[in-house]
Design a protein around this ligand. Structure first.
Ligand code: GTP
Ligand code: MG
Length: 444
């Protein structure tokens, strides 16, 4: 089916509500709206109408709003029908609209059309989904900034700088090699340097925006029986992981999506770290390290009843520079409530002691990394594209330093531009669009 179909979907969430909205978009939207209401619909006015079925029975009564291309969300003719919010009623209306010649919209198809018609760029379209799904006020505010184009503008400025530089280098290529010099080699390198700095700045902001959007990854690490799974269960508020007094209980990586005070977190429980001859446990430990190394913060659990042991020291050493919080467990078994570690936290997953302080520390980590008010919201996809752009620019600098070849440099600049353009969707593949819009819900 072509994109010129007129599409329809229920835009309000399923269930009972005061109002239910059905949205139509495409060349026949107005005609179908008029057939449903058996009346003329005027543009730019809110009109109370009966919604009528094939037999002439009134299905519902509500408001019809019409927008004419290109002055609509999708850039096409759009009709919004605001009826009563009952699921059966909405299904009946939708069925009638399908009879009248539209088809059911795919997930994200309204936003996809808005993108294809140039009403939004790709990063803005993604911001709509992120805004709707935002798990905290800070994320919602940042998503709104992305939707308003703050992020896209930053990317656009980088793209323009790359294009300028490419034009400069490619113009020089038309002359003899040595004439790049003539055009001002130091100026060229200065501009490249500035571009690398700017790209790095946007990348750092995008990383903060990604954290705010997708939540911190918190890995729980430590020796067997340190109480890792017990802590996960306490944070999750239910028995997510098996807890026993047998060392080596957890083998798989266990992930829980938890909101602490409204901030989304991925808490990851891992296998106890030790030397093992059991191949299953070895695999579990390998996976544990992989998660730990990629985490935004590591809770290193230490059994407070034994204190730091040599095995703990070995793990701490391997954790190295990772952002580690030392957490002493099983406080309820201790006689005193102090530990010989000023930076460590003492908790009990059994009694709940120390949990508030732990949550403060985890969230302190989050706000330190995500900034109080992030400039914009971003996704892993954007961070990845910015990393590739930065790598290509650094490559351009290295290649030029090595070979002074404008030709090789031009190719790196082209790649940097392409990576940046993927973010706003100037350069995309069908596949990428399918993946992005396919994850939206229907009616968006
Ligand atoms: N008294 C007390 N016991 C605890 C606490 N946390 C864990 N335990 C006990 O310590 C033992 C090990 O707990 P787990 O949570 O399974 O430890 P783990 O670190 O996940 O262990 P592995 O999965 O084997 O690596 C169990 O018997 C728990 O009941 C606590 O806060 N207080
Ligand atoms: Mg465990």
């Amino acid at each position: 089916m072509s994109d010129r179909d007129t599409i329809a979907a229920i835009a309000t969430p399923p269930g009972v509500g005061g109002i239910g909205v059905i949205r139509l978009s495409g060349p026949k939207a107005l005609q179908i709206g008029e057939a449903l209401t058996r009346s003329r619909l005027e543009i730019g006015r809110i009109q109370l109408r009966d919604f009528i079925d094939a037999e002439g029975r009134v299905l519902d009564q509500g408001l019809a709003l019409c927008f004419v291309a290109p002055h609509s969300f999708t850039g096409e003719d759009v009709v919004e029908l605001q009826g009563h919010g009952g699921p059966v009623l909405q299904e009946m209306l939708l069925a009638r609209l399908l009879e009248l010649g539209c088809r059911l919209a795919r997930p994200g198809e309204f936003s996809e059309r808005a993108f294809l018609n140039g009403k939004l760029d790709l990063a803005q379209a993604e911001a709509i989904a992120d805004l709707i799904e935002s798990g905290s006020q800070a994320a919602a505010r940042a998503a709104m900034k992305s939707l308003q184009g703050v992020f896209s503008e930053r990317i656009q400025r980088l793209v323009e700088a790359v294009i300028d530089l490419r034009a400069f280098v490619e113009a020089a290529l038309d002359f003899a090699e040595e004439e790049i010099d003539f055009l001002g080699e130091s100026d060229l390198l200065d501009r490249l340097e500035r571009l690398i700095e700017d790209t790095r700045g946007v990348l750092e902001e995008a990383e903060r925006g990604r954290l705010l959007n997708e939540g911190l990854r918190i890995a729980i690490a430590g020796r067997p029986n340190a109480g890792k799974s017990s802590l996960l269960n306490r944070l999750a508020g239910y028995d997510a992981a098996i807890v026993t007094e047998i060392a080596g209980t957890t083998r798989d990586v266990i992930r829980e999506h938890i909101a602490l005070r409204g901030i989304p977190l991925h808490v990851i429980d891992t296998a106890g770290l030790r030397q093992s001859d059991d191949p299953v446990e070895q695999e579990g430990i390998r996976r544990a390290w992989k998660e730990i190394e990629q985490a935004d913060a590591v809770l290193m659990l230490i059994d407070a009843t034994t204190g730091i042991t040599d095995e703990d020291r070995a793990i701490l050493e391997r954790l190295g520079d990772l952002p580690v919080i030392r957490v002493y467990s099983k406080a309820d078994l201790l006689e005193s409530d102090s530990i010989p570690d000023e930076e460590g936290l003492l908790i009990s997953s059994r009694s709940g002691e120390g949990m508030e302080a732990l949550i403060d520390r985890i969230l302190g980590q989050q706000s330190a990394r995500s900034g109080e008010d992030s400039a914009f919201l971003a996704r892993a996809r954007h961070v990845d594209a910015l990393q590739r752009a930065l790598a290509a620019l650094q490559q351009a600098r290295a290649v030029y330093a090595d070979t002074a070849s404008g030709e090789l440099m031009a190719e790196d600049l082209r790649q940097a531009q392409q990576a940046l353009s993927e973010i706003t969707g100037e350069f995309t593949t069908e596949d990428l669009l399918g993946r992005i819009f396919g994850s939206f819900c229907i009616g968006k």
